[in-house]
Design a protein around this ligand. Structure first.
Ligand SMILES: Nc1ncnc2c1ncn2[C@@H]1O[C@H](COP(=O)(O)OP(=O)(O)OP(=O)(O)O)[C@@H](O)[C@H]1O
Ligand SMILES: [Mg+2]
Length: 217
């Protein structure tokens, strides 16, 4: 059984059909890239896979459980425990410093956080930024902080939306290496939406949403 099954997922906004019966499976430990031009529906698909957004039709099954058959509360808990998310707009909380941002999911899960945050800061090589506010970080540093927060609860699945789109080559290389390391060392399944060919080499599988597009001619 695959870890994640996306089954005939369709989603429209008004008259515009963004996802048209999209189906694929993801096995545990894969690094899957979801590619396709801007506006094709990558973020929409990731949000549905994380159970943040609902499909109009179809469903998503994670480790045998249909996430859209769960109650809202159960789905939120499931997400907190199993899935780490790095949003396209990184969503670091501006009023919280780096340490507090990373501690957030640990606190929400009712876990001890101090040592774990230090461990994560070290892993991401941002120990020196512990007390900095997000607005004072560079793009690459913000991305590290967002990744640290996303993996805080040791999720089995890590979802990242355009994690390198605003980064220079060096930071892109660093972030790519981090994903590979997390995947290898923790066995985390990683799903990345991107149109950045600089990270193609880390993928074990690539899905191009454009190929799913209906020929409208
Ligand atoms: N809440 C919404 N209401 C209406 N339309 C939406 C909404 N969210 C997304 N869309 C539309 O759905 C389409 C797909 O959006 P989505 O954000 O999934 O694309 P994307 O592939 O992630 O693009 P990008 O590469 O620019 O991030 C776009 O045309 C967008 O305008
Ligand atoms: Mg997007």
């Amino acid at each position: 059984m695959s870890q994640i099954e996306v089954k005939n997922v369709s989603k429209s906004y008004g008259k515009k059909k963004v996802l048209d019966s999209v189906s694929f499976n993801v096995d545990k430990g894969e690094i899957l890239l979801i590619e396709g031009r801007s506006g094709i529906g990558k973020t929409t698909l990731l949000n549905i896979m994380a159970g943040i957004d609902h499909p109009d039709e179809g469903t998503v099954i994670i480790e045998g459980e249909d996430i859209f058959k769960m109650s809202e509360d159960k789905r939120a808990k499931f997400r907190l425990e199993k899935i780490g998310i790095i949003f396209q707009q990184m969503n670091l909380i501006e009023d919280l410093n780096v340490m507090e941002n990373i501690a957030l999911p640990l606190k929400l899960a009712g876990k001890k956080w101090k040592e774990r945050v230090d461990e994560l800061l070290k892993y991401m090589k941002i120990e020196n930024l512990k007390y900095e506010m997000p607005t004072s970080l560079s793009g690459g540093e913000m991305q590290r902080c967002a990744i640290a927060r996303a993996i805080a609860n040791e999720p089995e699945i890590l979802i990242a939306d355009e994690p390198t789109s605003n980064l220079d080559d060096e930071n892109t290389k660093n972030i790519s290496e981090l994903f590979t390391r997390i995947n290898k060392e923790m066995g985390t399944t990683i799903i990345i939406a991107t149109h950045d060919p600089r990270i193609n080499h880390i993928a074990s599988e690539i899905i191009n949403l454009a190929r799913e597009e209906k020929n409208e001619g």
